[in-house]
Design a protein around this ligand. Structure first.
Ligand code: F6P
Length: 323
C-alpha cells in the first residue's frame, strides 16, 4: 500500500494520540504515507483530511484527547453517509484505513469492511467494553483519575463519618466502577451487569456501620439502572427511615481528560504500530487489541457480535474485600 489514512472516533480516550503517532511512524517505516482524517467519520464524509508526516506527530504521545478530533457521527450510520465516506477514500487514493475507537466506531469499521474497503481497528475506549481486547486504550488513565478522586472523597468521608457515592463512567459496562471500587476499598459497588436496588445499597452501608466502620464509599457505574441521580433521590426521600444520607459526586468527563499513563502510551504504541503494519501487509477486517497480554487480531464480524463480560471472580472478590 502506498497510502493509508487514520481516524479517531467516538469518545476520546487518553492514548489516542500515542496510537496516531504509532500508526504514522510505523507506516512511514514501511514506505507508506499517511493522511489524518479530522473529526472521525464526519471528516471522512466531508473530506476533511490532512497529511501526517513524522514531525506532525512529534510531541503528542504525552497529550490526552486526540489531535485529529473525534465525533459521534449519526450520518455514517446511513448508507448514504457511508457511500460518501467511501468516495472520499477513493478520491484521495487511500488504500487502507485505521480506525481508533470503541464499539460504535468499530461497528463503522465493520460496515466499511463489508463494503470491501480494507480497515483495521484499534481498540480504544475508557469503558473497556469492546470485545476483542482485554484492555482498551484509555482505561488505565481513566481508572487512575477516578481512583484519585475517590481517594480524596474517602478522606473527607472519614473526617465527617459520612457516606459518599461516586459515579464513574461506563455507558453499559461496570468495568471502571468495579475496578475503582476494589482499588479504593468501597463498601458497595453498583454496576449494570448486576441488579442492585437502592435498598440493597442502603443495606450494604448499614451493614458496614454495624461492622464498626465509621464512613462508607459507594461506587456506581453511570449505566446502572440505579445511577447516582436515582440513588440520591431515593436516599434523600428516605433519609429519616434509613438514618443516613449519601453525598453524591458525579465524575463525568473528567475521567476522559488528562495525560495518558505510561501503560496507555505503551499499549497505544503497540496496538497502533501493529495496526498499521498488518494493514499494509494485507490483513484487513480485524480489530487489533490485547489478548493474553499479546497483540492480537479479532475479525470485526466477531467484534460486532461479541459481548465483553465482567469477570465474575472480580465481582465476588469485591464483595469479600468490602467487609
Ligand atoms: O464511551 C465512552 C464514554 O465516556 C462513556 O463512558 C460515556 O457514557 C459516553 O462516552 C459519553 O459520551 P459523550 O461524551 O458523547 O457524551
Amino acid at each position: 500500500m502506498s497510502k493509508i489514512a487514520v481516524l479517531t472516533s467516538g469518545g476520546d480516550a487518553p492514548g489516542m494520540n500515542a496510537a496516531i503517532r504509532a500508526v504514522v511512524r510505523s507506516a512511514l517505516a514501511k514506505g507508506t504515507s499517511v493522511l489524518g482524517v479530522r473529526n472521525g467519520y464526519a471528516g471522512l464524509i466531508s473530506g476533511n483530511l490532512t497529511p501526517l508526516g513524522a514531525r506532525d506527530v512529534g510531541g503528542i504521545i504525552q497529550q490526552g484527547g486526540t489531535v485529529l478530533g473525534s465525533a459521534r457521527c449519526p450520518e455514517f450510520e446511513t448508507e448514504e453517509g457511508r457511500l460518501r465516506a467511501l468516495r472520499t477514500l477513493h478520491q484521495h487514493d487511500i488504500e487502507g484505513l485505521v480506525v481508533i475507537g470503541g464499539n460504535g466506531s468499530q461497528a463503522g469499521s465493520h460496515a466499511l469492511s463489508e463494503m470491501d474497503f480494507p480497515v483495521v481497528g484499534v481498540a480504544s475506549t475508557i469503558d473497556n467494553d469492546l470485545y476483542g481486547s482485554e484492555i482498551t486504550l484509555g482505561v488505565d488513565t481513566a481508572l487512575n483519575i477516578a481512583l484519585e478522586a475517590t481517594d480524596r472523597l474517602k478522606v473527607t468521608a472519614a473526617s465527617h463519618q459520612r457516606a459518599f457515592l461516586i459515579e464513574v463512567m461506563g455507558r453499559n459496562c461496570g468495568y471502571l466502577a468495579l475496578n475503582v471500587g476494589i482499588a479504593a476499598g468501597a463498601e458497595a459497588i453498583v454496576i449494570p451487569e448486576a441488579e442492585t436496588s437502592p435498598e440493597d445499597v442502603a443495606q450494604e452501608v448499614r451493614n458496614a456501620y454495624k461492622r464498626g466502620k465509621t464512613h462508607a464509599l459507594v461506587v456506581v457505574a453511570e449505566g446502572s439502572k440505579y445511577n447516582a441521580h436515582r440513588l440520591e433521590q431515593h436516599f434523600h426521600e428516605n433519609r429519616k427511615r434509613l438514618g443516613f444520607d449519601l453525598r453524591v459526586t458525579i465524575l463525568g468527563h473528567v475521567q476522559r481528560g488528562g495525560a495518558p499513563s505510561s501503560a496507555d502510551r505503551l499499549l497505544a504504541s503497540r496496538l497502533g504500530g501493529a495496526a498499521a503494519e498488518r494493514l499494509i501487509d494485507g490483513e484487513a477486517g480485524v480489530l487489533i487489541g490485547l489478548l493474553g497480554g499479546k497483540v492480537a487480531a479479532t475479525p470485526l464480524t466477531e467484534v460486532a457480535q461479541g459481548k465483553k463480560e465482567i469477570d465474575p471472580h472480580l465481582w465476588e472478590l469485591a464483595q469479600v474485600l468490602a467487609r
